[in-house]
Design a protein around this ligand. Structure first.
Ligand code: DGT
Ligand code: CA
Ligand code: CA
Ligand code: ZN
Length: 593
């Protein structure tokens, strides 16, 4: 039985992309495969329905020659394509399914099918687990294990990869490109990575260069490239050994700002901007900006200039999600988002006294190197047995050591602290007189994470009612792609935070990012104040504070809501204030330098 449904543009694009994949797997010429991947790309940018237009209109689409036009017509009329069906029939089955797995390009898929008979995700998984998969060309153990990781994590997070894994790799790729082609200009990443989303589908990079084809050659032959999905004159797509997909587009200098705006997205934000541009006689698209009336290119030196042309102030990438930012911009109500430079202290760190990996001295030195003006050393409390939590006696020693080190070390102030377990009933893991001695007390859920919503909410609120608990750390305890958040009534907890003068932590650890963007935005509506903590267990992790700042920015957070943006002396005043008066302290603090 066939149902006659009108094909969408994305259906046509998918067929052509699949044809390109199959031809590539078969080893056909670049020219032939490129025609199909170009057509698929072009379709993605159309403003009209392919199924509804005549042949003349089809021929006017860039890259649409006879072969493509007749295939579009056949598809539109019959709902299928003989050429595609035949091609699929003569190729090993499973190629299209397997190339969906991050890290598997057409050539690898073909080798896997021909040499090992792999025709599905399941077969692929089994072959990697048996070690057989590593017999294929260019497949090392590491590569195979990465692919396996993607296969296994697919259920929990789709094919998306945590930003903490993506950003360092993107920076390495940019550096390698810079070295390979020193004349490269404007090299930057766009897309979800620039918007600082917590997980990333693929990395969209842009640059300008005098010789785009040489640029494409350099990009597709980087040592870290495992598979070239497509290689065009100004755009290529590759899969790295890590399994991450990267796109690189070469853009004329004059069009760069408009193209950067387009590819930064989000798609929904872009659509709103295009509408707004149209009303002002300007057409914005992937290739740049031009006057609708005269077709003349309008050049913009920066994204700021484009927003200005649209009668808007600059909107930072992190909030380009079509969640009210254009309205806010129009009404001059955009928040001044917090920046990494605003953060002066770190209030969450661990040393080898508990589960940290480095001695206190080395952590302190690293925090100083990272530019922090003050650091709270918050090792685990006694119930955190797996993390070798400190007994009350050891805590006293810990305090003495921190204070002695503080006297010794120049250039950074140290604060005593604890990341204390909130016990199952909401009580503290240390007696009040021990907590009283500490400068900063974080409270965390590390046990009984499966409590029901009511119990968990009451547990956290009970803990917040304790005068000694300054900050609730990583509230939901989720681990990105690995552990679901606990069940709790977020609004009730925010209200209790405000009522009790407790802070909620924005945990910057790349595994956590907890609170996340939507939490932060909601909490701000409810009046909550925050701290940002790196939760560093290793020296290099202090540098990860920007991941927390990215979440905060996505949550529309200003520096005035984050207490560790205070200079040291002001922070000490703040933390010495009774909890009930702390929110008022921040409200009355003059944040302007
Ligand atoms: P991802 O890769 O899933 O993490 O998310 P993005 O936002 O990076 O999305 P991606 O890679 O599909 O596309 C990059 C940007 O290109 C996207 O943020 C906005 C722009 N873009 C892509 N497709 C379209 C489209 O159909 N219309 C418009 N207006 N923009 C698009
Ligand atoms: Ca992307
Ligand atoms: Ca992309
Ligand atoms: Zn913790």
């Amino acid at each position: 039985m066939t149902t006659t449904r009108k094909l969408q543009n994305s259906d046509f694009a998918q067929v052509f992309a699949d044809i390109a994949t199959l031809l590539k797997a078969r080893g056909d010429s670049v020219f032939k495969t490129r025609a199909y991947s170009r057509a698929a790309d072009a379709i993605g940018n159309l403003q009209f329905d392919l199924a509804e237009v005549d042949e003349a209109k089809l021929r006017s689409i860039p890259g649409f020659g006879d072969a493509i036009v007749s295939k579009v017509q056949e598809l539109a009329e019959t709902g299928s394509l003989n050429y595609f069906d035949k091609l699929k029939a003569e190729m090993p089955s499973g190629i299209l399914e397997i190339t969906q797995v991050p890290g598997i390009g057409p050539k690898t898929a073909m080798n896997a099918a021909v040499q090992l008979g792999i025709d599905s995700r399941e077969a692929l998984e089994a072959s990697i687990e048996s070690g057989e998969f590593e017999s294929l060309p260019r497949i090392s153990k590491k590569v195979a294990q990465n692919i396996l990781r993607h296969l296994k994590s697919r259920i929990s997070q789709g094919d998306r990869i945590p930003i903490g894994d993506v950003l360092p790799e993107a920076e390495r790729v940019m550096q390698a490109l810079q070295e390979a082609v020193p004349e490269i200009r404007n090299l930057t990443y766009a897309g979800s990575l620039r918007r600082h989303r917590e997980t990333i589908g693929d990395v969209d990079m842009l640059c300008s260069a005098d010789d785009p084809e040489a640029m494409m050659e350099a990009f597709t032959s980087l040592p870290a490239v495992r598979d070239v999905m497509s290689k065009g004159q100004t755009k290529s797509m590759v899969v790295m050994d890590s399994g991450l997909q990267f796109d690189l587009r070469v853009v004329a200098d004059d069009a760069f700002a408009a193209t950067l705006l387009y590819f930064t997205g989000s798609k929904e934000h872009g659509i709103r901007l295009r509408d707004r541009a149209n009303k002002r006689g300007l057409s914005l698209n992937e290739y740049g900006a031009k006057s609708i009336e005269t077709d003349e290119i309008e050049e913009f030196s920066s994204e700021e200039a484009i927003y200005q042309r649209l009668d808007l102030p600059y909107i930072p990438p992190e909030i380009r999600e079509d969640s009210g930012e254009i309205y806010a911009a129009e009404h001059d109500e955009l928040p001044q988002l917090i920046t990494v430079e605003d953060v002066r202290g770190d209030l969450h760190s661990h040393t080898d006294w508990t589960d940290g990996r480095f001695p206190m001295e080395e952590m302190v030195e690293a925090a100083k190197e990272a530019g922090f003006e003050y650091l709270a050393i918050t090792d685990h409390s006694k119930s955190a047995v797996v993390a070798s939590g400190l007994s009350v006696e050891r805590l006293v020693e810990h305090n003495e050591t921190v204070r002695a080190l503080d006297k010794e070390v120049k250039g950074i102030h140290l604060l005593t602290g604890s990341e204390m377990d909130i016990l199952t009933d909401g009580s503290m893991d240390y007696p009040d007189d021990a907590l009283d001695e500490l400068d900063v007390v974080l409270g965390s859920i590390h046990s009984s994470m499966d409590q029901d919503r009511k119990t968990m909410t009451a547990r956290i609120i009970t803990a917040m009612e304790n005068e000694n608990l300054d900050i609730v750390a990583h509230l939901t305890t989720r681990l990105i792609g690995k552990r679901a958040p606990v069940d709790l009534d977020f609004d009730a907890i925010c209200r209790a935070a405000v009522d009790t003068g407790t802070l909620l932590e924005i945990n910057a650890s790349t595994h956590r990012l907890d609170l996340k963007d939507t939490h932060i935005r909601r909490a701000i509506d409810l009046g909550v104040l925050f701290s940002i903590g790196t939760d560093s267990h290793r020296i290099h992790q202090f540098a990860d504070v920007h991941y927390g700042v990215g979440m905060a920015r996505r949550g529309w957070c200003t520096s005035g809501r984050v207490v560790n943006t205070l200079p040291y002396t002001a922070f000490i005043k703040f933390i010495s204030t009774p909890k009930a008066d702390r929110y008022a302290f921040i409200e009355n603090y003059d944040h302007k330098p």
